[in-house]
Design a protein around this ligand. Structure first.
Ligand code: NDP
Length: 288
């Protein structure tokens, strides 16, 4: 028979995790601050614990999916003694520092996770989850964790899952910022953004391929390799993004910050290199 699992937090994501566990046949105990959210899950086979203490003592493996770091600490602090010796897998969004803090806060085998999916993607091939922290907690519970999606273990440092998670979110929000600006431009001219969207996807997808070349520049700290478009040319062209926004009377505030950074690289004599060199200006010591 399959091992018991407890899930603390039945928001949109916590509920999706519970459904994945139930579908895979794990006896699942659930707790939520607002008890009503347990009802549909109980109908699907979950066991409702009305107190955090009952939830924690029901299983050796505890999965936590609450709003944020402070919520997790507040909830777990109330059951500090009962936690002792258990496995805590914290799938709450956090920073690397917050994850490290929790790892040392309780007498538990601690694994931190970053879910790279929205709730409807859980338990589909599109979902993946970063894990870091206790290697033994990961190895022992891998089968349970893989019910949520592909699992990717990124190291014993409990902060590394959060670091990977937030790095990917940063890439996503950069894309959304650029995408929103692109749609604003098209929309401002009275053109259908619905018809334009496939072109946006096509171009952004092909440009995503250039990330490998940038990564190699950064690892080698050599921004003169893999140069397909030199930064002097890119910087000159980037000015037109602001001018074009002005002509369409839309704000360029989502995109403006990159322009001055590129111009500084050119002014510093790196015009023949690639845009990867902008990373040098993001390093703290080089901040303007
Ligand atoms: P929801 O807003 O749907 O749920 C929040 C959960 O936190 C609820 O269980 C809520 O309880 C609980 N909570 C909030 N404040 C407190 C408190 N003070 N004390 C006790 N419990 C509290 O969020 P999600 O389920 O969507 O997200 C949960 C975590 O998963 C977040 O860290 C989020 O970043 C992460 N995540 C979410 C994704 C998504 O697309 N939804 C994607 C990837 C990660 P109550 O029901 O009582 O309000």
């Amino acid at each position: 028979s399959k091992p018991a699992v407890t899930v603390l937090g039945l928001g949109d994501m916590g509920s999706a995790l519970v459904r994945a566990l139930l579908a895979a046949g794990y006896p699942t105990t659930v707790w939520n601050r607002t008890p009503a959210k347990a009802k549909p899950l109980v109908d699907e086979g979950a066991t409702h614990a009305t107190t955090v203490a009952d939830a924690v003592t029901a299983s050796r493996l505890l999965i936590v999916c609450l709003l944020d770091h402070n919520t997790v600490a507040d909830v777990l602090d109330t059951v500090r003694d009962a936690l002792s010796g258990r496995v805590v897998v914290n799938l709450t969004n956090s920073t690397q520092g917050q994850a490290r803090e929790l790892a040392g806060r309780y007498d538990v085998d601690y694994l931190d996770g970053g879910i790279m999916a929205v709730p409807p993607m859980i338990a589909t091939p599109a979902a993946f989850v970063f894990y870091s922290g206790s290697r033994s907690a990961y190895d022992t519970n891998k089968a349970v964790l893989e019910t949520f999606g592909e699992s990717i273990y990124v190291g014993t440092d409990p902060g590394f899952a959060a670091l990977h998670d937030i790095a990917l979110l940063s890439g996503m929000y950069g894309m959304f910022a650029g995408g929103l600006h692109a749609l604003a431009l098209i929309n401002s001219a009275g053109i259908s953004t619905t018809e334009f969207a496939p072109l946006l996807k096509r171009y952004v997808t092909s440009m995503a391929g250039y990330v490998d070349g940038l990564a190699e520049q950064i690892d080698k700290q050599d921004y003169a390799i893999n140069v397909t478009s030199n930064i002097a040319m890119q910087s000159a062209g980037y000015i037109n993004l602001t001018l074009s926004a002005q002509e369409q009377a839309i704000s360029a505030e989502l995109l403006e910050p990159l322009g001055p950074l590129m111009a500084r690289r050119v002014a510093d004599g790196h015009g023949h290199e690639d845009i990867g060199g902008v990373i040098e200006l993001l390093k703290k010591g080089n901040k303007k």
